[in-house]
Write a protein that binds this ligand. Structure first.
Ligand SMILES: Cc1cc2nc3c(=O)[nH]c(=O)nc-3n(C[C@H](O)[C@H](O)[C@H](O)COP(=O)(O)OP(=O)(O)OC[C@H]3O[C@@H](n4cnc5c(N)ncnc54)[C@H](O)[C@@H]3O)c2cc1C
Length: 410
């Protein structure tokens, strides 16, 4: 259901003139720009925070439903929005605002691709320790989806690395928290709240990050594993040792891979120590093993999360429910993906959820063909949904921002 005050596509097009007065790049949407089939009436690409705020203000005045768009790498993940009168494309908001190298802190605009941020920071020997989820991913999209790859084991996810955020609220007000301007918005830590908010709470326009030095050296240690028990034991051995991996991954059909980074001498020593932990079949290499940092293949993707020991039960459940060939990746900190190409998705999902529930874990369907999506509970049980609804009501009382893209129809 569309939000009650939302205009029809014709009415949204009527706002085009008002939007063009406040933003230099406004045009009617194209059918192929649809977000999971929901076609935008208008696309606006603000080039400054001021323009972005003015666009959001006009959208509020015309009661437009708004979907933010970054690099469009995965707009087709998740659930379709209930309305999409206006896409706000952030790709012209692509500047590095400040790199305070001495403080290991940088502020960049939301539409900047992560790769370019990486190149700019590398000039000073620093990096944002987040894997680029997919080439072209922007800072805003990565924060909005909480996306993180194998480096999450040591450095965490956007939640841990974002120290300040500037957003434009549904009413067009600019709000900041953390970073250099320490001003709380109604007591909220915006950085944490907006990580994984899928564009439902506001438009992210700038982010300040904690940085790390680019490591001088790195090494991968890989070892084949045969079955859930071996995979579990290998990961636990490394996690409970002093080698401090930057990433540790289980990669189907049967590999445990460990990334170590730091100074050249100590990386070599830690790699040898890791081989000692993993046994004679472990090997050291400079290049990443196949599948490292990639999503598993398939037409259906589950995003799974649970404490690290849940891997054993997850792999056992998948072997019994989906067969031995299922494509899985799992990071040592307890987050992974399951890719399926066929089979009884609803049954497999139920089995996976039952296995993870024993560890208080969860499984969410990130993408699936429409008929499958319609037949399963995409989100599963979501704790604290009423709290989330309260936050949504405060940030977006008209329910116009990416309506329906979050759990519980938020
Ligand atoms: C629903 C969903 C869940 C995802 N979950 C994961 C995950 O768990 N792990 C993972 O590694 N990858 C995940 N991805 C993929 C990952 O988000 C993308 O690869 C990439 O990081 C997104 O960057 P992008 O610039 O291409 O954003 P897009 O693909 O353009 O947009 C992705 C989402 O972010 C929102 N968004 C984009 N920019 C802004 C902004 N400035 N302000 C507010 N919202 C914005 C969009 O409305 C959309 O919901 C997910 C994607 C989606 C859509």
């Amino acid at each position: 259901m569309r939000p009650p005050d939302a205009p029809d596509a014709h009415g949204a097009l009527g706002a085009l003139g008002a939007l063009a007065k406040v933003c230099g790049d406004v045009r009617p949407g194209e059918p192929e720009e649809g977000v999971l089939g929901v076609e935008p009436a208008v696309v606006a690409a603000p080039a400054t925070v001021g323009e972005a705020a003015a666009v959001m203000r006009v959208a509020a005045e015309h009661a437009l439903t708004v979907v933010p768009r970054g690099g469009e790498t995965r707009l087709d993940w998740g659930t379709p929005p209930r309305g999409c009168d206006l896409i706000v494309d952030t790709r012209r908001l692509d500047r590095l605002v400040e790199h305070a190298a001495g403080d290991l802190v940088a502020t960049a605009q939301a539409g900047m691709p992560l790769e370019r941020l990486g190149e700019e920071l590398a000039g000073n020997g620093q990096r944002l320790a987040l894997d680029v989820p997919i080439p072209g991913s922007t800072i805003g999209g990565t924060i909005a989806t909480g996306a993180a790859g194998p480096l999450r084991t040591l450095y965490g996810t956007p939640r841990n690395l974002v120290i300040g955020l500037t957003i434009v609220r549904a009413d067009g007000q600019v709000a900041k928290s953390g970073g250099k301007v320490v001003k709380n918005v109604a007591g909220y830590d915006l950085g944490r709240l907006f990580c994984g908010s899928y564009g439902t709470l506001g438009l992210i326009v700038e982010a300040t990050f904690r940085l790390h030095p680019v490591p001088a050296a790195h090494a991968y240690v890989t070892r084949p594993v045969d079955g859930p028990e071996e995979a579990h034991e290998a990961i636990q051995a490394v996690l409970h040792s002093p080698v401090v991996p930057s990433g540790i991954e289980y990669l189907s059909p049967g590999t445990v891979a460990v990334l170590l980074d730091g100074g050249p001498d100590e990386v070599g020593a830690r790699a040898e120590q890791t081989v000692g932990l993993l046994g004679d079949t472990a090997q050291i290499s400079e290049g990443a093993p196949d599948g490292w940092g990639r999503y598993p293949g398939g037409t259906v993707l589950f995003d799974v999360a649970a404490p690290p020991p849940a891997l054993r039960d997850l792999l056992t459940a998948l072997r019994e429910s989906a067969g031995p060939g299922t494509s899985v990746t799992w990071s040592g900190d307890g987050h992974g993906y399951v890719g399926l190409s066929s089979g009884d998705v609803a049954g497999i999902l139920a089995d996976v959820r039952a296995a993870l529930a024993r560890h208080k874990g969860s499984a969410v369907v990130r993408y699936a063909p429409q008929d499958v999506r319609g037949a399963v509970d995409v989100w599963g049980p979501v704790p604290a949904l009423s709290l989330m609804r309260g936050v949504k009501d405060q940030f977006d009382p008209g329910h116009r921002l990416s309506p329906g893209r979050f759990a519980g129809g938020i």
